[in-house]
Design a protein around this ligand. Structure first.
Ligand SMILES: Nc1ncnc2c1ncn2[C@@H]1O[C@H](COP(=O)(O)OP(=O)(O)OP(=O)(O)O)[C@@H](O)[C@H]1O
Ligand SMILES: [Mg+2]
Length: 557
């Protein structure tokens, strides 16, 4: 779609080009027109010269014809013959309207007129004073050449002239032959050949430009004839080349404009196209770079995931091995200790039966007392085992009750004093959150007992609006640098305790941080309150992780 701006630019450009073309055409046109005018002027001059020659020759011829007519009178030709000849002369010389012979006494003797059978009008034959004066002068001076008189009114607003030829018979004056001519008709007949080309008079202003004066000296008179070309002559001379030039110039201008516009448009299009191509190439390069970087990131992520999977597989394997070991240890414990106590208990009961049957009451009472001790010992062992596997207090009282209870039991079993600070009215959390934090306490305390050499430890447990924080700190020797190496990578740790802790906390979307140095080790766990979905799924698989964790505590407690 052509925009308004583009349309006006197009219009302007088109106007300029067409205007230029029309201007150039106009210049040529005016040059050609000037040349045409010059040509017409020259032609008119040539025509004027032709007219002059024609007039001169024709008038000389006509005067000669009258001289011959005069000679006939001089030679005594009969009147009828003379009239016949006079009519022939008038017929061949249109414009001559009357011929008359005036004798030496100025009496008109013979008359011949142009109109057959009609008498000549008064104007034609009248002999006025100036004529009489002229004739007398001619007779007196014995002039023998023909002369042309001045113009005189002929009636009907016409002008006439006379050709006066003196007649002499020998030396005797014999009168005059006077021919009367209608001046306009006379000239029209003489210039009939040029009539198609020129006017001999005009009233039109615009034609004055071409007027040429033709002067003609005749005996007795001087004529000035004005001539100018007819309009038809202009049409014949003038060609349509000028108008065609103008039209062709405009058309060429239009074509140039269209070609120029097409070229400019094509140039603009190709520039736009190359710009678009450059932009596209740039975008492809950028996109390729983005894809390469994304690809690298993906490769790194895949590598990390593979490492994580490997560590997880490793950890799972170790957990399974530990669970088997723990089950063997529990079985051995049950077999070697609890089962032995129960066997001893059964033997004591049998012995008491025998002693009662034999009536040895005092010995049986002693044995019963020992049997009671054995039964309590067995009960204590089973209770300890069951508490370590899953403390019932955690379900009943939550962390606020279970942590101090476990710490007290740990202290009594290992002799390490545990200072416990639990926020008052800590409240309850999801089962997964509470169990995960309890297992961290168990594992951390077990590690303190096994690795730190610290006589004391501190446990703090508190919460804020969004999370619950657990800290287990000792004042022992601190971890080996290798164990601290890569915290995020569970394979960095030799055992599964810390790795297991980390895995539990990660599944609950929490954070586990370990700070360790010469002053001891501090494990900090932060869990968002209420998030334990993954832990729930994981726990529902079975008790193996708990067993593994608890077994560590059990083994060292
Ligand atoms: N409180 C601590 N003080 C000093 N060293 C510690 C402490 N806790 C852990 N460590 C070091 O970190 C290592 C890894 O502990 P982790 O609990 O993962 O394994 P473990 O206790 O050796 O074996 P288990 O798999 O039975 O727990 C330990 O071997 C020990 O060297
Ligand atoms: Mg451990």
């Amino acid at each position: 779609m052509i925009t308004k701006r583009r349309f006006s630019v197009l219009l302007l450009r088109g106007g300029v080009i067409i205007g230029l073309a029309a201007g150039v055409s106009l210049v040529f046109w005016s040059q050609l027109r000037n040349r045409e005018h010059l040509y017409i002027r020259d032609l008119t001059k040539v025509l004027a010269r032709t007219v002059q020659t024609d007039l001169s020759d024709e008038m000389s011829y006509r005067v000669l014809a009258h001289q011959r007519l005069a000679k006939m009178i001089q030679d005594g030709l009969p009147r009828r013959n003379w009239e016949h000849q006079a009519k022939l002369v008038m017929e061949h010389n249109p414009g001559f309207i009357a011929e008359q012979w005036m004798d030496a006494t100025y009496q008109v003797r013979w008359v011949a007129t142009e109109a057959v059978g009609e008498p000549a009008s008064e104007h034609v034959l009248a002999t006025d004073a100036p004529l009489r004066h002229l004739l007398e002068g001619l007779a007196f001076s014995r002039e023998k050449d023909a002369i042309l008189t001045r113009a005189f009114p002929l009636g009907d607003r016409k002008l006439g002239r006379r050709v006066v030829v003196p007649i002499y018979k020998g030396e005797n004056f014999f009168g005059f032959l006077i021919a009367v001519l209608d001046e306009e008709k006379n000239f029209e007949s003489i210039l009939a050949d040029q009539a198609a080309l020129i006017h001999s008079k005009s009233t039109l202003e615009n034609e004055k430009e071409w007027v040429q004066d033709v002067d003609l000296q005749l005996p007795g008179a001087k004529w000035r004839v004005r001539i100018w070309p007819k309009a038809d002559l202009f049409r014949k001379i003038g060609s349509t080349l000028l108008e065609m030039g103008l039209a062709i110039g405009s058309v060429i201008g239009l074509i140039v404009f269209i070609l120029l516009d097409a070229a400019i448009t094509a140039h603009g299009k190709s520039r736009e196209f190359s710009q678009a191509r450059d932009e596209l190439e740039l975008r492809v390069q950028e996109r390729t770079a983005e894809l390469q970087s994304t690809n690298k990131e993906l490769e790194a992520e895949i590598h990390q995931r593979r490492q994580a999977e490997t560590s997880l597989r490793d950890l799972s394997g170790r957990l399974l091995r530990l669970r088997d070991e723990e089950q063997r240890r529990i079985a051995r414990g049950l077999h070697d200790s609890t089962a032995q106590i129960l066997c001893a208990l059964a033997i004591h009961v049998e012995r008491v039966q025998e002693l009662v049957l034999r009536g040895e009451i005092s010995r049986s009472q002693k044995l019963l007392a020992q049997t009671t001790d054995l039964a309590e010992q067995a009960i204590a062992e089973i209770r300890t085992l069951s508490y370590l596997l899953h403390p019932p207090l955690l379900d009943d009282l939550g962390l606020e009750g279970a942590v101090p209870w476990y710490a007290a039991g740990f202290c009594s079993r290992c002799g390490i004093r545990v200072n416990v600070e639990v926020q008052h009215h800590l409240g309850r959390f999801s089962n997964e959150t509470e169990l995960a934090l309890f297992r961290v306490v168990q594992e951390a305390l077990t590690n303190i007992h096994r690795h730190s050499g610290s006589p004391t430890s501190d446990i703090t447990l508190f919460k804020d609006a969004s999370r619950i924080t657990l800290q287990v700190k000792d004042h022992g020797r601190g971890m080996q640098p290798r164990a601290l190496g890569i915290r995020g990578d569970t394979s960095a740790f030799i055992g599964v305790g810390i790795a297991g802790m980390q895995e539990r906390i990660r599944q609950l979307e929490g954070v586990l941080e370990i700070e360790s140095g010469d002053g001891g080790t501090c494990i900090t766990v932060m869990l968002p309150i209420g998030s334990a979905k993954l832990a729930s799924e994981h726990d529902s698989d079975g008790k193996s992780p708990e067993l593994a964790d608890s077994s560590s505590g059990n083994a060292n407690s």
